[in-house]
Design a protein around this ligand. Structure first.
Ligand code: FES
Length: 142
């Protein structure tokens, strides 16, 4: 078997407390199936995710990162998700230079979207599987 077919990515998911984390909870309560590849970190808002957290996760060898927050206009802190989106656009330019841009996802999932949460996790996992392991993993791992 080749490396990609066996590959089970390690994905880090930053979920905002008010929408996406509640969406994840609803997915669990509703028993929607999704791949078990994502490790979740709950943050109070998507804007709380410092881009350096993402860079650090990738340089530490994580295969993909998901940031999920409330839909635009629904942020509990009014405009936090707009700030998150602007930061992600800026971060994309840096990640592109290292071939890591496609490993980072920003998605909006509300508290009532358990099914969507499961679909987002499935989509992100499939996309990372297509990319294969983080190419910088071995280089950066000591
Ligand atoms: Fe959810 Fe700001 S509180 S994105």
């Amino acid at each position: 078997m080749d490396e990609k077919s066996d590959f089970e990515p390690r994905i880090l998911g930053f979920l905002c407390n008010w929408c996406s984390y509640a969406g994840a909870d609803l997915a669990g309560v509703s028993r929607f199936q999704y791949p078990p590849n994502v490790r979740i970190i709950r943050v109070m808002c998507s804007s709380r995710v410092d881009p350096m957290y993402i860079v650090k996760a990738l340089t530490d060898g994580i295969d993909g990162v998901l940031v999920a927050g409330c839909h635009p206009g629904d942020c509990h802190y009014i405009e936090g998700n707009y700030r998150a989106r602007r930061r992600m656009v800026a971060l994309d330019q840096i990640l592109e230079r290292y071939g890591l841009k496609d490993r980072v996802f920003l998605e909006w999932v509300s508290a009532s979207e358990g099914k969507r949460f499961a679909e987002v996790i499935t989509h992100v996992t499939e996309e990372i599987k297509k990319l294969g392991p983080n190419p910088h993993k071995k280089k950066w791992e000591i």
